[in-house]
Design a protein around this ligand. Sequence first.
Ligand SMILES: *Cc1c(COP(=O)(O)O)cnc(C)c1O
Length: 368
Amino acid sequence: MKLIPVSQPALIGNEKKYVKDCLDTNWISGKGKYLDLFEKKFADYINVKYAITCSNGTVALHLALLSLDIGNNDEVICPTFTYVATANSVLYTGAKPIFVDCEPDTWNLNPKKIEKLITKKTKAIIVVHIYGHPCDMEPILKIARKYNLYIIEDAAEALGSEYKGRKCGTFGDVATFSFYGNKIITTGEGGMVVTNNKEIEKKVKLLKGQGMDLKKQYWFKVVGYNYRMTNVQAALGLAQLENIKKFINQRRKIADLYNKYLADVDGITLPIEKPYAKHSYWMYSILVNDSTNRDRLMRFLKVRGIETRPFFYPMHTMPVHKKVGTDDLKISEKVSKKGINLPTFFGLKKKEIKFIAYKIKQFEDLIK
Ligand SMILES: *Cc1c(COP(=O)(O)O)cnc(C)c1O
């Protein structure tokens, strides 16, 4: 039986043509026209001044933090309900992640729970637009201004998402994206740092290229990294970006269909889209009212040919990111145990969505 996967890339445009061009012209490494073009077109799409490619979304976060001089003895507030890369990148710099709880409905970090975590050591807040739903940026920006904190947007899951008509990735001092195979566009592996700040751009470029002086070859003033993307990856990225509108529209259509077919199913909670939000639906996700039934539902769907994913574990519950700071992380713990991601990808067919919804309904009827 063929499994309906949770995710799948859609290489439906100029991918082959552009990659072939790289191979035909020998431009396969960390320089080339596709890198320049991808950066330029990406910056235009997000509507920022600068976009800098790098090898993946995790190092994009590392570069973003380093570009703000975050390091030893600093604290960075970040959601506990996120993918591990967010919290790990803080540790790479020597700083300490301070975890904040999520909202019960958007599953994004709760702005109301930020202020009490701020200390003299706090330098920045990382917001993560989880599963593609934008964070409530206005109150978060207000807090950042009041306490003079940087904002970093981990927009890995939110390419194309909007908050009050403005794209995610334009609100922070710096923002990051991922182009892993399951993300909204993919370069196989890959990432991007975006900013409107010239100093940040220069620093990110310096650090991702071994710290080599941008004007003096083989002169190294700082310890940098090799975090470059290749021209071949950028060729894929450019081709993918050409279809971004189509991808987002299709994801939103998929969400509409799930919403329609799952509307009358008891025992589950559907995802919401706040009035301020345009959701890109990186993952269409539901909550099952009971965590034991969540696990049973996942098994039920799997043997019927439907792959699903459980929600992330909250960071503070895992050994490497032991609880710090606060006891007030209970919503994240609850959400994490109840959530699943359903198949969400460009090539998903209407009849497959119908089938998936029907199977969920069947399960919920069975356990009634
Ligand atoms: C995917 C993802 C990342 C990391 O991206 P990689 O390209 O896999 O390194 C970071 N943060 C979030 C929220 C993600 O979903």
